[in-house]
Design a protein. Structure first.
Ligand code: BES
Ligand code: MN
Ligand code: ZN
Length: 499
């Protein structure tokens, strides 16, 4: 499929030629400019629509090639359903769906008339959402395809959105475009294979945020040893590739104001270690850094749109390999917090990485809130499939804020419980805690483990094992990696921690 070369905004007026998309609500109601476009059509729009059975239903489309009575190459009528019921989510999805129609038509240049029936609230925000949907839909991970199929060899699409108030849209698009870039960055990181993206290479991607004004520090093995991060280092010790801890700071808020802390699991590849995983499907574990990718993507969005907030991102980057020097089941390590951990299964490695990353983050930055994201458990897929990420929190207010921002951003979350009784499941006679609680309630016992390292800071854990990759394709994502979490985190910061 052809990609998106650029998006520009122009004042809406009837185009004189080329490929044009207009919006139609149910019963074929059109905006004034679209009305002008169809007024000259011989035979009218009504006849074509009735023959094709097009009624303006949401996301349906009618493609008129070289319509008689106009100079247009193509007039695509895109259905938006009941105009008065549309929300941000819909405009994002419409952008994606229209892009798909244009790709299918092989268009290299197109104008979308973003005007609609009177009842449509086509503000700058809606148009920016539309543009973001198109940009996200166009994303494909094809850097390694040396031969493109014929249809893919097409020129990239040059898309113009014709709107009532281009200036207003451009402002909203500044922020939405920064966000889309953050999502795309996260998708790229997750899609990238582990031979290319090891801990050192991933850290370099975090370092690259410095060009946006983010302060970045990279800690190596020596520094982490000094900090006594034995839980994280234990996971890394089976790999020839050394671990890294990347710290990213965006200081766009008031000086001295406690930051929002984002912490990510960055296991660049998870073989399971000595408790090795079965071969089938193991390639998916190149995506076991989806939490870290979401944090980097969110930091990108937040910095690129110059958010008035203090945000710190911390990601633990390791590779989990079996090796003569790998950690064994039965090993006991002392985490940075002083907590001793008995390793019963080396495949429960994400929580070990996060144990030190979380403790370090709260200890150093004293954040107002701390949110970790991790492709942590297969069990969250059993519970929620790929349609919701699991949310765990020690703080109802933070959980509610996250649930609300999840609705606005369109990245679904479902809260799961934590409690003292679940916590007991990870007690062990041999140490303070063990790293697995067995098969039942696997996502909850993993979250209970993390909670012990959050040290009473208002904290939330998002288990994104089902949503970071392999989720069903949709209007705005055709890629294996979804970039899940970037929009949600950006929305949370925008909703509650700016200004
Ligand atoms: N990275 C995996 C979890 C995972 C599974 C992510 C499937 C995405 C898709 C994690 O490190 C893991 O292996 N978890 C184990 C924990 C168990 C050993 C307690 C699991 O879920 O099986
Ligand atoms: Mn694992
Ligand atoms: Zn893992």
């Amino acid at each position: 499929m052809s990609k998106l070369a650029k998006i520009s905004f122009l004042k809406a007026e009837p185009p004189k030629g080329g490929v044009v998309v207009i919006l139609a609500g149910e019963e074929l109601c059109l905006g004034p400019v679209a009305g002008d476009v169809v007024s000259g059509l011989e035979g009218g729009l009504k006849r074509a629509a009735s023959i094709a059975g097009f009624t303006g239903k949401k996301k349906s489309s009618l493609d008129l090639v070289a319509p008689a009575g106009s100079n247009l190459d193509r007039l695509i009528v895109f259905g938006i359903g009941k105009p008065e019921e549309l929300a941000a989510d819909d405009w994002r999805a419409f952008g994606g769906a229209v892009l798909a129609v244009l790709q299918k038509a092989g268009a290299e240049k197109a104008v979308v008339l973003l005007d609609g029936p009177e009842s449509v609230d086509l503000t700058g925000e809606a148009a920016a959402e539309f543009a973001m949907g198109a940009k996200l839909r166009a994303y494909a991970f094809d850097a390694y395809k040396s031969k493109k199929a014929d249809e893919e060899a097409k020129k990239d699409l040059d898309l113009t959105l014709a709107v009532a108030d281009p200036k207003g849209v451009k402002k909203a698009w500044g922020a939405a475009s920064a966000l889309a870039d953050g999502v795309i960055l996260a998708r790229d990181l997750v899609n990238e294979p582990a031979n290319v993206l090891g801990p050192v290479e991933f850290a370099a991607k975090a370092e690259a945020l410095s060009k946006l004004g983010v302060e970045v520090e990279i800690l190596g093995e020596k520094e982490m040893k000094k900090l006594k991060m034995a839980a994280l280092l234990g996971v890394a010790q089976g790999s020839v590739r050394p671990p890294r801890l990347a710290v990213m700071r965006w200081n766009g808020g008031k000086k001295g104001q406690a930051p929002v802390a984002l912490v990510g699991k960055g296991v660049v590849f998870d073989t399971g270690g000595i408790s090795i995983k079965p071969a089938a499907g193991m390639e998916e574990m190149k995506g076991d850094m989806g939490g870290a990718a979401a944090v980097v993507g969110a930091m990108h969005a937040i910095a690129a749109r110059k958010a008035k907030a203090n945000v710190v991102g911390v990601i633990g980057l390791v590779e989990n390999m079996p090796d003569g020097n790998a950690q064994r089941p039965g090993d006991i390590v002392t985490a940075m917090s002083g907590t001793t951990i008995e390793i019963l299964n080396t495949d429960a490695e994400g929580r070990l990485v996060l144990a030190d990353a979380l403790w370090y983050t709260q200890d150093r930055f004293k954040p107002a809130i701390m949110i970790d994201l991790a492709t942590l458990t297969g069990a969250v897929l059993v519970a929620l499939g790929n349609l919701n990420a699991g949310l765990f929190s020690n703080n109802d207010e933070l959980a509610d804020k996250l649930l609300a921002s999840s609705k606005t951003s369109g990245e679904p979350l479902w809260r799961l419980p934590l409690s003292k009784d679940y916590d007991k499941i990870i007690d062990t006679p041999n140490a303070d805690v063990k790293n697995t609680g067995g098969r039942w309630a696997g996502s909850i016992t993993a979250a209970q483990f993390l909670q012990r390292f959050a040290n009473d800071v208002p904290w939330a854990h998002l288990d994104i094992a089902g949503t970071a990759f392999g989720a069903p394709k949709d209007d705005i994502c055709q890629s294996w990696a979804s970039g899940y979490g970037v929009r949600l985190l950006n929305q949370l910061v925008a909703d509650h921690y700016e200004g």
